[in-house]
Ligand binder design. Structure first.
Ligand SMILES: [Zn+2]
Length: 67
């Protein structure tokens, strides 16, 4: 397993606010109850720059991709 993010890593995020922290229940947006989840790449999320990359790492940790 690696310790860093790659731009082509796919992160599971809330489909409404595009934040992994929302889907993980750390911070829930107004739509969180009804929102779908979707996948975005780290590159796409970096462009949006909505939240700290630690949340993306947490997603990859759950998928056993990063430490
Ligand atoms: Zn959300």
């Amino acid at each position: 397993m690696r310790k860093y993010l790659r731009n082509d890593d796919k992160i599971t995020v809330c489909a409404e606010c595009l934040q992994a922290s929302c889907w993980q229940g750390e911070f829930m947006c107004d739509e969180a109850r009804y929102a779908d989840i979707t996948e975005k790449t780290v590159g796409e999320l970096r462009e949006i720059s909505m939240e700290h990359p630690d949340y993306w790492k947490a997603d990859l940790r759950m998928k056993n991709i990063t430490e």
